[in-house]
Design a protein around this ligand. Structure first.
Ligand code: AMP
Length: 422
């Protein structure tokens, strides 16, 4: 299928073709016709699948066809996003796709002055892209009125839930007209999202582009079994010049991310940390430097990194293993964007093996082990150290070597795997 077949407004078609989009991605091919027919939609898709255009193009199509005089006077489209970064990214996409149809999009988000946003809203907006908190603020101030919204999108609904926005989202959705088109996108669709979808969507078309449990197959995944204390040195090996283009590294804590960024910087790598304790300005600076390839290593925490779209990312590195299987899928979904090949490396210490096991159970296969790196834990010297209790587990398994006891269990499973993937 090519874009012509979708029967989009000719000016939208020109804009996307100039941007080099020839073929709609699978979610676009399925969602765009359904949305142009007026259906509600429940889309299960990760960032990187082209989901933004999947909802933005039909929205712009509908607005572009409306008489000029109505445009910009009332808000016709609303997109809710969990983070400022995602809101800004969606706005950038709208700006690209609507540059010939002159549909006006605006992003509003917290952490920055309301004044400029209010001035822009008063000038007229067709599509408002907002984080829930700031939107509610401006609704309460009566600056934003949503009673003419025709189309509403809830993007990254699972993250909204994780970040505790659910009540805000419900309040906002209640302020919309009952007769509207609603689209909900979520990387994963756990039960709470299902029930939210039931209350917000009317007989939705359901589209699942990447099966929930399977990361996209353009990602090469590998596990590096490594002692915790060797992870930094292993990272330096993996980040050798010529071995990677740009790497997003996940650290479990903000302090850990800062520490690692500092270390890599000292070692001469252009790196920056990206997390919630950084100011909005600093986050934008780091992200822009990374996108412009002035910086090729970004160390992030999960919440901050969700939804950031960096199209040329060659590597995702789980420096600390993700704590949940869903997080693993989200993290590695940062690479292999829009048809590019990507590598997802997970550094797994003995203390983190249970996390690896849970992930492998979820994805349904054993992630191949890298057996050729310099810090491979020799099978004969492996000792397993299970976290003694849950609270200790949460702190990141500060197991002392004295307390480690041999079980032999890991030894066996490691050898089995090594055999399987050698
Ligand atoms: P998204 O999943 O919306 O974050 O999109 C991921 C990336 O894919 C963005 O950089 C888009 O510009 C790009 N993209 C979206 N649709 C297409 C397409 N049909 N062809 C090529 N690139 C696309």
């Amino acid at each position: 299928m090519n874009f012509n077949a979708l029967k989009l407004h000719p000016l939208i078609l020109r804009a996307v073709q100039e941007d080099g989009y020839n073929t709609p991605t699978p979610i676009q091919a399925q969602a765009i016709p359904a949305l142009m027919d007026g259906h509600d939609l429940l889309g299960s898709a990760q960032t990187g699948t082209g989901k933004t255009a999947a909802f933005a193009l039909p929205m712009i199509h509908r607005l572009a066809g409306m008489p000029n005089k109505g445009r910009g006077k009332v808000i016709s489209g609303l997109v809710l996003a969990p983070t400022r970064e995602l809101a800004l990214q969606i706005k950038e996409n709208f700006d690209r796709y609507d540059r010939k149809t002159h549909v006006k999009a605006l992003a509003i988000y917290g952490g920055t002055s309301k004044h400029n946003q209010i001035v822009k809203i008063k000038r007229g907006v067709d599509v408002l892209i907002a984080t829930p908190g700031r939107l509610l603020d401006l609704m309460q101030m009566r600056v934003v009125k949503l009673d003419h919204v025709l189309m509403a999108v809830l993007d990254e609904a699972d993250q909204m839930l994780d970040m505790g926005f659910i009540d805000d989202v419900k309040k906002i959705m209640n302020a919309l007209p009952k007769t509207r088109q609603t689209m909900l996108f979520s990387a994963t669709v756990p039960k709470p999202i299902e029930s939210l979808a039931r209350t917000l969507l009317n007989d939705p078309v359901r589209i699942e582009v990447t099966p929930q449990n399977e990361p996209v197959d353009t990602i090469k995944q590998e596990v590096f079994m490594v002692k915790r204390e060797d992870k930094k040195a292993l990272l330096m090996d993996v980040l050798k010049p010529g071995e990677f283009e740009s790497a997003l590294i996940f650290a479990r804590t903000k302090r850990g991310a800062d520490h690692l960024a500092h270390y890599l910087h000292k070692k001469g790598l252009q790196s920056g940390a990206y997390h919630g304790d950084k100011s909005q300005r600093e986050r934008e600076r780091v992200l822009n430097a990374f996108k412009a390839k002035k910086m090729n290593v970004l160390i992030a925490t999960d919440v901050a990194a969700r939804g950031i779209d960096i199209s040329a990312l060659s590597h995702v590195i789980n420096y600390d293993m993700p704590e949940t299987k869903e997080t693993y899928i989200h993290r590695i979904g940062r690479t292999a964007r829009a048809g590019k090949l990507g590598q997802a490396f997970s550094f797994c210490s003995l203390e983190e093996r249970h996390l690896l096991k849970a992930i492998e159970k979820h994805v349904g296969f054993k992630i191949p082990l890298n057996l050729s790196h310099n810090f491979l834990i020799p099978a004969s010297r492996q000792t397993a150290s299970k976290p003694a209790n849950k609270s200790r587990a949460k702190k990141g398994y500060q197991a002392s070597s004295k307390k480690k006891k041999k079980t032999g269990q890991f030894h066996r499973s490691y050898k089995e795997r090594a055999h399987k993937y050698a």
